[in-house]
Design a protein around this ligand. Structure first.
Ligand code: GCO
Length: 253
């Protein structure tokens, strides 16, 4: 058992991460668990969720899973009702749909809003009463480098990630006096299944490596440090910030 610095020790804390059966969500869950947190994963696919929980348990972590669509309020409240106190909420659920702006349907826009924005609002509203009652809590909204810049074919995603940045600031403003810190993490280009098509495209792969000062794609485990920081006492006076973990791409022209 590694000894944990008290500022980064999550022992005794319960973290819930939405969209965490795979990819960045699962990597952040593993990071929080390694810092001592009990983690509850969430996803819509029961088989994938069970496998993710099995992996974390096999690694010696205290993990569980709840299968629910967090965009459906009644399904969410039923699934969350049995969770007990949630000290840390990571709003990570997200989808990506790539097409020219004129080809994105109204249904796509609604689906993107429901998943990214309401998928953060509804879980937050479900866990906040307990956080307020206990006088402490951490909410981390997973934004994106697209919270700051656009790219062709992903205008809906960019719009929603920009909304998540302002949701983070608005929630931080309203909840700070309850000793609840609301912050964001903005990943750059990471090697995930959502980006598989981009990684397999030699032109886009070269684009990412040339535009990113680190000259490579990020690996999901490289988000764990930012998640641990924003979930821990080390960030008790950090409110309304988005921490970009992007290899420097937003710093470079
Ligand atoms: C794309 C990608 C990006 C990033 C994501 C990381 O189509 O350009 O999916 O959107 O991977 O934003 O935060």
């Amino acid at each position: 058992m590694t000894n944990k610095h008290p500022l980064f020790d999550l022992s005794g804390r319960h973290a819930l991460l939405t969209g965490s059966s795979r990819g960045l969500g699962l990597a952040m869950a593993r990071g929080l668990a390694s810092a001592g947190a009990r983690v509850t994963l969430n996803g819509r696919d029961e088989a994938a969720l069970s496998e993710a929980v099995r992996q974390l348990k096999a690694e010696g972590y205290d993990a569980a899973g709840i299968t629910c669509d967090i965009t459906k309020s009644d399904e969410l409240h039923e699934a969350f009702s049995g969770l007990g106190a949630v000290d840390i909420l990571v709003n990570n659920a997200g989808i990506q749909i790539r097409a020219p702006f004129l080809e994105h349907s109204a249904e796509t826009w609604r689906r993107m809003f429901d998943t990214h924005v309401m998928g953060a609002v509804l879980p937050s509203q479900a866990v906040l009463p307990g956080m307020i009652e206990r006088g402490q809590g951490k909410i981390i909204n997973i934004c994106s480098l697209m919270s700051e810049v656009g790219r062709k074919t992903i205008v809906p995603y960019t719009t929603m990630k920009g909304a998540l940045k302002m949701l983070t600031r608005g929630m931080a403003t309203e909840l700070g006096h309850h000793n609840i810190q609301v912050n964001g993490i903005g990943p750059g280009y990471f090697a995930t299944e959502m980006n598989r098509a981009l990684m397999d495209d030699p032109t886009f792969d070269a684009f990412v490596k040339n535009r990113t000062p680190a000259a490579r794609w990020g690996q999901p485990g490289e988000l764990a440090g930012a998640a641990i920081f924003l979930a821990s006492p080390a960030s008790d006076f950090v409110n309304g910030q988005v921490l970009y973990v992007d290899g420097g791409i937003l710093a470079a022209l």
